[in-house]
Design a binder for this molecule. Structure first.
Ligand SMILES: Nc1ncnc2c1ncn2[C@@H]1O[C@H](COP(=O)(O)OP(=O)(O)OP(=O)(O)O)[C@@H](O)[C@H]1O
Ligand SMILES: [Mg+2]
Length: 276
């Protein structure tokens, strides 16, 4: 509703993993480079950790998008914690080869599933596709058998090459948690971590999203320096929180017919909307 007022084609601060809005801070760039390297060089396993809302899921999507749809088969596992190891395996098989599974869970046992997975991995490679498994929210895994299952999946190799890349994403406690399975931990070839943005990065991030959403270049800056400083402090530099606050602030600025977003406006939004 505020788009035309601020000369925008789209809403700039949506909390969705939309890769066209990716802002490559130095740490996002580093993580993307390492994860992409793990995929390109068949290194087996990559680990991406970081605080909530800092872009892990988004980066997972970007790694896939950058490859191009016809060059990979992927399974994106969002909630690995509730599942039994066999169910996890089933989700992976379904992701990598959607047509290959009967609907009924009971029809599938873990052993036959591993064999099935091996065949699917080989078939995909023969078709010129890489196999990529992304396990998101992995810090929520409590059951050591799930980590063990992931390790077993990494055993699928051919002539010293992994048949798949496993990318494990989760909040910082994952680093300790993954030590439950030493053999899995030892197989992690690349590790990367995302921290919240600094004040300077917060400013660049806001500007970047405004430009992508269509704000004409020289006038992209809507936020004053002081407003950015306040947003950086209040959000702790966490992109998801920056988005939430900036969206409300643009809406409020429109309602008040403001020319710029200044610190007073941001402060009043934080207070009125109880933004945490
Ligand atoms: N580098 C970035 N460039 C552009 N947008 C970003 C970036 N990082 C995060 N975001 C935005 O923040 C939102 C939250 O990011 P994301 O869901 O990827 O975080 P997360 O680290 O997976 O969080 P959680 O631990 O809660 O799952 C994204 O939907 C996106 O809008
Ligand atoms: Mg996430």
């Amino acid at each position: 509703m505020y788009r035309s007022y601020w000369c925008l084609k789209e809403k700039p601060f949506q909390n969705t993993p939309d890769s066209s809005y990716l802002y490559l801070s130095s740490q996002h760039e580093d993580a993307l480079m390492k994860l992409s390297y793990a995929v390109a060089q068949d290194l087996g396993c990559g680990l991406l950790t970081g605080v909530f809302g800092c872009g892990k899921t988004l980066l997972g999507r970007v790694v896939l998008n950058n490859l191009g749809k016809d060059r990979y088969a992927s399974a994106f596992i969002n909630s690995p914690s509730g599942s039994e190891p066999a169910e996890l395996l089933r989700s992976i098989v379904r992701g990598l080869s959607p047509q290959s599974l009967p609907e009924k869970k009971t029809e599938i046992m873990a052993d036959s599933m591993l064999e099935k997975l091996n065949n699917i991995l080989l078939d995909n490679i023969r078709d010129g596709k890489r196999n990529i498994i992304i396990v998101d929210e992995a810090h929520t895994i409590e059951d050591p058998r799930i980590f063990e299952q992931l390790r077993m999946i990494l055993n699928f190799q051919q002539e010293d090459k992994f048949l798949l890349t496993l990318l494990i994403l989760g909040q910082p406690e994952l680093k300790d948690k993954i030590t439950i399975s030493k053999p899995l931990e030892q197989r992690i070839a690349v590790r990367c971590h995302l921290n919240p943005f600094s004040e300077e990065e917060t400013g660049k991030y806001i500007l970047h999203r405004l430009k992508i959403s269509g704000r004409p270049d020289p006038s992209a800056e809507i936020f004053t320096k002081e407003a950015v400083k306040f947003i950086a402090k209040h959000s702790g530099g966490i992109p998801r929180r920056i988005n939430t606050l900036c969206d409300l602030v643009l809406m409020s600025g429109f309602a008040k017919k403001a020319n710029k977003i200044d610190q007073d406006l941001v402060e009043s939004v934080v207070k009125d909307f109880n933004v945490t």
